[in-house]
Design a protein around this ligand. Structure first.
Ligand code: SAM
Length: 297
């Protein structure tokens, strides 16, 4: 497979492989993924687009990317457009990824909330690009480590992602047993059990699943939630967006944060745009709202 040629001129961008991806095909695919998900696809992602979508062309028996573009641009191709989106999003995640966030949640955010929940108070947490569920379940396990009967209290974790396949995987709560190695041993032992009939698979306990509500949500679309969150995890998704999209998302998140809440972002991300003046750093990639007079101008 060879890559060459300016993608803007419609000539072959990737050729010599099974299919030909022209500059015009790439431009169309990038425009669709940007419009649908806010994901920016610069030219150097052409090889990634080729390798992830070649499987779809093969499954559909198409001859080239131009046919694929025609399909996903048409009304009949709306299901395939979803498949395209799923193929082009990166879903890498793991339990307790960036563990300092869960430590901060456990020690700085949850203690007063747990005390309030014991007396009937409401606690709301949001994992806003939850992928296959490891992030919201790590939040759930952190809650359970402090309050084993959390599912009987008014504590809920909203877990959202654009990809319905990820939502389905999260809901199932079934993981390879090697995937739970980063979970602290006491929590691993208490809240996972071997899945019936699935050798090497484990299922997270009902008490953890009951805390998490999985929903499909596009971060560049409408957010129907009402009420504030005591913690928002928005990690390792903004890196796929351009600067204006990132700034807009941070600005929409700040008003949804409880004044005593925290926003956790990915290790290579930073809060930018107007939201920067409304938040203060409280540790590695951890932000708290500035309140009242604290607000920076
Ligand atoms: C790399 S994963 C990050 C998962 C998790 N937050 C973590 O840090 O481990 C990125 C996730 O963002 C989701 N995503 C991409 N664009 C999105 C959008 N516009 N709205 C909601 N989720 C999106 C993808 O489907 C994917 O599951």
């Amino acid at each position: 497979m060879s890559t060459a040629i300016s993608p803007a001129n419609g000539r072959s961008l990737i050729d010599g492989g099974e299919y030909r991806l022209t500059g015009e095909d790439f431009r169309q695919i990038s425009a669709m993924i940007y419009a649908d998900a806010g994901i920016a696809m610069p030219d150097h992602k052409a090889t990634l687009v080729y390798s992830r979508l070649a499987k779809r062309l093969r499954a559909l028996g198409l001859r080239n990317f131009s046919q694929y573009c025609e399909l996903v641009s048409s009304a009949e191709g709306s299901d395939e457009r979803q498949e395209m989106l799923a193929a082009l999003t990166t879903n890498v995640t793991r339990f307790y990824r960036e563990p300092h966030h869960f430590e901060h949640l456990r020690t700085q955010i949850l203690p007063p909330l747990i005390a309030s929940a014991r007396k009937g108070g409401r606690v709301r947490l949001w994992s806003s690009a939850c992928s296959s569920g490891q992030e919201p379940y790590s939040i759930a396990l952190t809650v359970l480590s402090l309050l084993p009967d959390a599912a009987q209290r008014d504590i809920r974790i909203l877990a959202t992602d654009i990809d319905p396949n990820m939502i389905a995987t999260g809901k199932a709560g079934l993981y390879d047993k090697n995937a739970i190695e980063p979970v602290p041993p006491d929590l691993r032992q208490r809240w996972f059990s071997p899945a019936d009939g699935d050798r090497g698979m484990v299922r997270i306990a009902e008490q953890a699943r009951a805390l998490v509500e999985f929903r499909r949500l596009n971060l560049i679309g409408d957010w129907p939630m009402q009420g504030r969150f005591h913690a928002i995890f928005c990690r390792n998704v903004a890196i796929y967006f351009d600067d204006p999209t990132q700034g807009a998302i941070w600005s929409r998140m700040v008003p949804l944060l409880d004044p005593a809440g925290a926003l956790y972002i990915g290790h290579s991300e930073r809060v930018s745009g107007p939201a920067e003046r409304l938040l203060r750093s409280d540790g590695i990639t951890t932000y708290r709202p500035l309140v009242g007079k604290e607000t920076r101008r």
